[in-house]
Design a protein around this ligand. Structure first.
Ligand code: M6R
Length: 589
């Protein structure tokens, strides 16, 4: 993970770097640093904590610089391990993981080189410095040739005071021209401005920013030309407005996101090419991580019920090491908000090698996944800033359910409509505010359980992930019928159990699990669209959501769980937008 940024030009670099780092904080926020050079000396300012810790460095002079916001991989969260790292004449920032760092470090130490941090990144500075020959680009190319792993790099040397050299291997990197200067960054919002011309580097490519010109090279060192990214400034901007946290604002955006993300076959160009692929789909695999994996599980439930097409959903980080069977004609959906999740990208590369046709369901335009996939179906969630995914989950479901409806039609089956879900989502948000009264039961709980069957089980998994990642409460999402096979042993007096019930024909079965938990003293909270269950004596509190086709119900039933996680996190004094140890975009294995 980590975010990197760089600037060389006529403006003072420090404020540009710091503003850029604020935009990249979603990529990691345990320490931060910048290096700014005035042409003679390079000054490094770094601190543990968030970008605000280096606010005073705004005043630094110098027209060239690089910056970094860190999510620790190698080495503790200390000032020494914060970037930039420097060795001899080389200063750099790095995003990624160098897998052969320990071996390289040992070799370099044997040659007498000293290290000041525990990071893999410092090893890169040594390798490049050792290759120095008066041409920074050649030194970076040769240094990178020794690396195994992933990296996005921005490198400075005092010997070329107007040059930043950049390199990309499996970690995203944008380079380009901005107002009165040249820029590099992990992501577009860090450097986007009116009139900027930005290019996305691909794996193995390098770039030299040398005062006035951006030159891009392929892995063999030949100059190449690329088309600039068509970015939309408004789309990249995110403001909290009247909200205290992005997460709460993003939940309120769900209704609009649903209407924008629902695909309609008769008038949607996004389907045109892909339609032919769907016509031949006999077997589907889905790879994804975290929340996106849960949307894959929801899609499986809907597609198998509505279309009778078998769907396997796999955690991307497992898929890549499982030597997966990919039968001829497999259609593989890769689901990702960021489009940069390293495990998902690796799973896609593997599936492609094995002959799958890959369709990406992705939110971030120009992300690596969009370039790898054969087909791209964009979710229209807009920028999601909070680390905990909310509106992007609902958007993924809108796209996946649209696919399910079309696939059902292709196969001559009747499918329910997605119309009106946006309005129902709006009502659900209003109704779900009542979960604030649930918070006292959760805020000090030792553990929390979410249960449901079939699609409701997928919602339970997502509700549990949301709660644990931002409230830090131990929690499990469970198939309601599985409770009695072991987990019931953990349920005792006052244990909060949240049951999700949205499918009529199996509602009573989940209620059986509710009775079993209640008999052991659990406090039962219910999310349902069936009024009759709300009045049962076991229920401490409930949210009665609007009725919708049960295949699509997670799109609504997850909303009270997102709000419950949010309000519990706030009550526990946490920052729900930036939970500890996590980052929005997981670009390392
Ligand atoms: O960007 P992606 O959708 O590929 O990210 C996958 C997971 O890292 C992500 O969903 C993560 O689980 C969220 N923090 C959950 O809220």
């Amino acid at each position: 993970m980590c975010g990197i940024v760089g600037y060389v030009g006529k403006r003072r670099a420090a404020p540009i770097l710091i503003d850029g780092l604020y935009e990249l904080e979603y990529r990691g926020y345990d320490s931060v640093g910048i290096a700014v050079s005035d042409g003679n000396t390079t000054k490094i300012i770094k601190k543990t904590g968030r970008v605000k810790e280096i606010e005073s460095a705004r005043e630094e002079t110098g027209y060239i610089g690089i910056g970094h916001t860190r999510w620790a991989t190698h080495g503790d969260v200390t000032v020494e391990n914060a970037h930039p790292h420097t060795y001899k004449n080389i200063t750099l920032v790095h995003n990624g993981i160098i897998e052969n760092a320990a071996k390289l470090r040992a070799e370099l130490m044997q040659r007498g080189e000293k290290f000041y941090s525990d990071t893999d990144s410092e090893v890169i500075a040594h390798l490049i410095a050792d290759e120095s020959c008066g041409d920074l680009l050649s030194a970076v190319m040769r240094g990178c040739g020794k690396l195994v792993g992933s990296y996005a790099l921005a490198v400075l040397t005092e010997e070329e005071p107007e040059t930043i050299v950049c390199a990309r291997m499996r970690s995203p990197l944008i380079v380009g021209k901005a107002k009165e200067g040249l820029v590099v960054a992990s992501d577009i919002p860090a450097v986007a401005e009116e009139g900027a011309e930005l290019y996305s580097l691909d794996d193995g490519e390098f770039s030299r920013l040398d005062g006035k010109t951006v030159t891009i090279y392929n892995a063999q060192g030949s100059e190449i030309h690329k088309e600039p990214i068509q970015f939309d400034l408004a789309e990249g901007r995110a403001e909290k407005g009247v909200y205290r946290h992005y997460m709460r604002k993003e939940i309120d955006e769900i209704p609009n996101v649903l209407s924008d993300s629902t695909l309609k076959i008769d008038c949607d160009s996004r389907f045109s090419d892909f339609y032919r692929v769907l016509c031949h789909a006999e077997y589907i695999q889905i790879v994804a991580c975290g929340t996106a994996y849960h949307s894959g599980l929801c899609a499986k439930a809907a597609i198998e019920r509505l279309c009778r097409v078998p769907v396997d959903v796999r955690i991307a980080s497992e898929y890549r090491y499982a030597d997966p069977i990919v039968p001829k004609g497999t259609l593989l959906f890769a689901i990702s908000q960021s489009g940069e999740t390293a495990d998902t990208l690796a799973a896609v590369r593997l599936a492609k090698r094995k002959g799958a046709c890959v369709a990406a369901i992705v939110n971030v335009k120009y992300s690596s996944l969009t370039r790898l996939a054969d087909h791209v179906l964009y979710t229209q969630a807009g920028r999601e800033v909070a680390v905990a995914a909310t509106k992007s989950f609902n958007a993924q479901l809108a796209v996946l359910y649209s696919v399910a409806v079309v696939l059902a039609e292709i196969r001559g089956k009747r499918a329910p409509t997605l119309n009106g879900l946006d309005k129902k989502a709006k009502r659900t948000i209003g109704i779900s505010e009542s979960v604030r009264s649930w918070v006292p039961y959760f805020v000090g709980a030792q553990s929390v359980y979410f249960i449901g069957r079939e699609a409701d089980m997928c919602t339970a998994l997502e509700g549990s992930l949301k709660l644990k990642e931002i409230s830090y409460l131990p929690s499990e999402g469970y198939a309601a019928g599985e409770l009695k096979h072991g987990t019931l042993a953990l349920i005792g007096p006052y244990t909060p159990v949240v049951a999700i019930i949205t499918r009529r024909d199996i509602a009573q079965k989940t209620m059986n699990a509710v009775h079993e938990a209640y008999s052991r003293g659990a406090k039962i909270f219910l999310v349902t669209c069936f009024e009759e269950f709300c009045e049962e004596k076991e229920i401490t509190a409930f949210v009665l959501i609007p009725k919708c086709p049960s295949e699509f119900s997670p799109i609504l039933s997850v909303i009270p769980l997102q709000l419950l996680a949010y309000y519990t996190s706030v009550a526990r004094g946490n920052d729900p937008d930036k939970p500890r140890n996590l980052a929005k975009s997981v670009t390392v294995e």
